[in-house]
Design a protein around this ligand. Structure first.
Ligand code: GTP
Length: 596
């Protein structure tokens, strides 16, 4: 295909502003999906995506469009909208020349609208501002067109008004794309360079890799090489999605399509990597390859210990399609055998645990999410701690924690409530800016560890759901952090150790000791529950002793009833965990961890 008639674009939007609905409408309008095949959210293929209405994996579709007598090929690259997947968003953007900046006409600009816009600007994309959902009675296109034009520096009249739902304005939008988005440029004769912007695992076809050709071309049966690993694979199939895969004779400069090589694991075909040929390899990879780095860690344990092998197999399977998933075996006194899993963020954590539960029918318990700490001990050694139980004892010189730059957008009435929340989470205000008359953006530096712990829930409840949040890593900082241990009769219960700021250590200690006191049944002896920093006890409760004799109730009575009771007690014991001499029902740990 002649690059002059190619237009590569993506849609960037805040969650729920209607990106998928608009994408579906375009597929329909350009005729690539017939009425019969049209189903809601054609592009969101994963069940969880469809149920939650969020896009996790990006996909690319080629659509024909005629404008002023010329036939164009429009490549629409769908991008995930959530913060956890920023790296994938930015790779998708790098594959485009233009971006539709989609904003809900009843809501206006939100935190992810801004975050995605900045990414698009960094990639030098042509931005086309669009207000969506203008069919809504609450839509206020005039007000928000001004807001949008102000933001990107344009004329409110150039903001397109569309409805993905009714189709209004969508043809004009496609015309605008052909007019405004620049054609791709590249060197047809140079060694092949294709950028991987997505890689998905398909049970039948193995890994399907989505690429954007930058220079040269690729043809079926060629030997291709991944530039980061130098691994060579044979190109079994190459083609474009429209949106079903259509094999072709090759891809050339500016084109977007897919490759199949028969590899079985997405880690061999990583987002951001450059594909070249082994016959005529390119000298330099395209910019922008980084391994996705886990930011949040949690211990995940099967509630029924015999499910451990199922959990292990399930993780191995999920890893085939998720290059960002990291895990290693871990054991806990309280919870038994499980895995420590590294996630890109909280949504990633939620999606993975949900998929484990749903697709593999596993009952799981996850420990409180933790971030990565760098701890320097007295002998000047620095260790990386992702699990509080690895926190070194003895004298510590410094603890460093990751921080993020957070942007919170909300109606101005909530500024006070948001500031209070951010302050209580050790945030530092960086700046504040008004959008339109009534909305404010607050920018904060906040420790990531404070965000992973129910920050978003609090933000939503304090702003009646109006605030939106986006954040990006912003290095690390030294902080006065300590490890708080929870002890039952002097024995440490590993699953409850937490790394917290010194000022919050007491509150955490009190919370956990009180919670456990409620949850752990009385024993034959008194059980002290303590919270400690090192050897120093900072909070304590105790469970009074009882004499628990199940047979006392039916003295004299018939023997079969006695046996039943004894059996029942044995049954109960199986689910008991021993912490030193203390018997704790596993449910107590689970309830204490989930905070119910
Ligand atoms: P993510 O994939 O999570 O980023 O969401 P999205 O931006 O793709 O939003 P989606 O298309 O799933 O739409 C979100 C909600 O808005 C759905 O309930 C849609 O039915 C509704 N919606 C989308 N477009 C329109 C529109 O033009 N008008 C109206 N009235 N509702 C719309």
């Amino acid at each position: 295909t002649d690059p002059a008639i190619i237009r590569n674009f993506c849609i960037i939007a805040h969650i729920d502003h209607g990106k998928s609905t608009l994408a579906d409408r375009m597929l329909h309008l350009t005729g690539v999906v017939s009425d019969r095949d049209m189903r809601a959210q054609y592009l969101d293929r994963m069940d969880i995506e469809r149920e939650r209405g969020i896009t996790i994996k990006s996909q690319a579709v080629r659509m024909p469009w005629e404008f002023e007598g010329t036939n164009y090929a429009l490549n629409m690259i769908d991008t995930p909208g959530h913060v956890d997947f920023t790296y994938e968003v930015s790779r998708s953007l790098a594959a485009c020349e233009g971006a539709l900046l989609l904003v809900d006409a009843a809501q206006g600009i939100e935190a992810q609208t801004l975050a995605n816009l900045y990414l698009a600007m960094e990639n030098d994309l042509t931005i086309i501002p669009v207000l969506n959902k203008i069919d809504l009675p609450a839509a206020d296109p005039e007000k928000y067109a001004k807001e949008l034009a102000n933001l990107i520096g344009g004329d409110p009249e150039d903001v397109l008004l569309v409805s993905g739902k009714t189709g209004v304005g969508v043809e004009a939008l496609l015309d605008r794309v052909t007019q405004m988005v620049p054609a791709p440029v590249g060197d047809v004769n140079a060694p092949a360079r294709a950028m991987i912007f997505d890689s998905v695992y398909d049970a039948y076809r193995g890994v399907v890799t989505y690429v954007r050709m930058v220079d040269g071309s690729l043809k079926p049966r060629e030997k291709i090489q991944m530039m980061s690993t130098r691994a060579v694979h044979e190109l079994l199939e190459i083609g474009v999605s429209s949106p079903e895969p259509k094999p072709s004779k090759g891809l050339s400069v500016g084109e977007v399509g897919y490759l199949i090589t028969g590899v079985k694991d997405v880690r061999q075909s990583k987002v951001g990597d450059t594909v070249t040929t082994s016959q005529k390899p390119a000298e330099e990879a395209l910019p922008g390859y980084t391994d996705p780095k886990p930011m949040v860690f949690s211990g995940v344990y099967p509630i029924d210990g015999s499910d451990y092998p199922i959990l292990r197999d399930a993780l191995d399977k999920l890893k085939l399609s998720d290059a960002a998933l990291n895990y290693e075996p871990e054991t806990s006194v309280a919870l038994g055998f499980g895995f420590r899993i590294g996630f890109l963020g909280l949504l990633h954590l939620e999606i993975i645990t949900e998929r484990l539960r749903r697709e593999f029918d596993l009952d799981l318990i996850a420990t409180a999410p933790s971030v990565i700490y760098e701890v320097t001990t007295d002998d000047k050694k620095t260790i990386t701690v992702t699990n509080p139980s690895e926190f070194p004892g003895g004298k510590i010189l410094e603890v460093r924690e990751p921080v993020v730059k957070a942007a919170i957008l909300a109606p101005k009435d909530y500024v006070g409530a948001i500031m209070e929340l951010c302050q209580s989470r050790r945030g530092t205000l960086l700046g504040m800016e008004y959008f339109g008359e009534d909305r404010v953006e607050l920018r904060y530096n906040i420790p990531l560890g404070e965000i992973v712990f129910d920050f978003f829930d609090h933000l939503k409840s304090r702003t009646q759901g109006y605030a939106s949040l986006d954040y990006e890593p912003a290095g690390d900082q030294a902080a006065d952090l300590v490890k708080v241990d929870i002890l039952l009769q002097g024995e440490q219960v590993d699953a409850f150790s937490a790394i917290v700021h010194r000022e919050k250590a007491y509150a955490y200690g009190v919370l956990m000791t009180e919670r456990l006191k409620e949850l752990i049944p009385r024993q034959q002896f008194e059980v002290p529950i303590q919270a400690a920093i090192g050897a120093r006890i900072i909070a304590r409760e105790s469970i009074r002793a009882i004499r628990k004799d199940v047979l006392a109730k039916c003295y004299g009575g018939d023997i079969s009833r006695k046996r039943k009771l004894l059996e029942k007690q044995k049954e109960g014991k199986k689910r008991m965990k021993m912490v030193g001499r203390v018997e704790v029902p596993q449910e107590a740990f689970i309830a204490a961890l989930s905070g119910d």
